[in-house]
Unconditional design. Structure first.
Length: 122
């Protein structure tokens, strides 16, 4: 079932989201200032390609990670999380959309503060 849901997710928009996150990671890697957020963008890309069967885990955030998350939240995190929450709310209108809404909620949680988080198989 997880494979089928990941295939449907990928076909109906996951490939766009993942590719845009990879593009963002490349752009962040090209700048010295954006380099600390590059690994987080790559993790979000892989998670965006196939989120079913994965969970978001906290790996521990030190002082530097906390500062990076605060800057991320101010510049991009809040509107990325809001975007995923709006999509989740729209998807819950139908019963078929509820599993996809849950994945958008997980994406909102990780896009809110991605530094110090990782994905693990469920």
């Amino acid at each position: 079932m997880r494979l089928l849901l990941n295939i449907l997710w990928f076909i109906f928009g996951g490939w766009i989201s993942g590719t845009l996150w990879l593009l963002a990671a490349v752009i962040l890697a090209c700048t010295i200032i954006g380099l600390p957020w590059t690994p987080a963008a790559v993790r979000l890309a892989w998670f965006s390609y196939a989120p079913f069967g994965k969970t978001v885990e906290e790996t521990g955030v030190g002082t530097t990670g906390l500062i990076l998350n605060v800057v991320w939240f101010v510049l991009a995190g809040w509107w990325l999380a809001l975007h995923h929450l709006v999509l989740a709310a729209a998807l819950t209108v139908t019963i078929i959309g509820i599993p996809f809404a849950w994945q958008h909620i997980k994406l909102a949680a990780i896009s809110f503060a991605p530094v110090g988080r990782t994905m693990a198989e469920a």
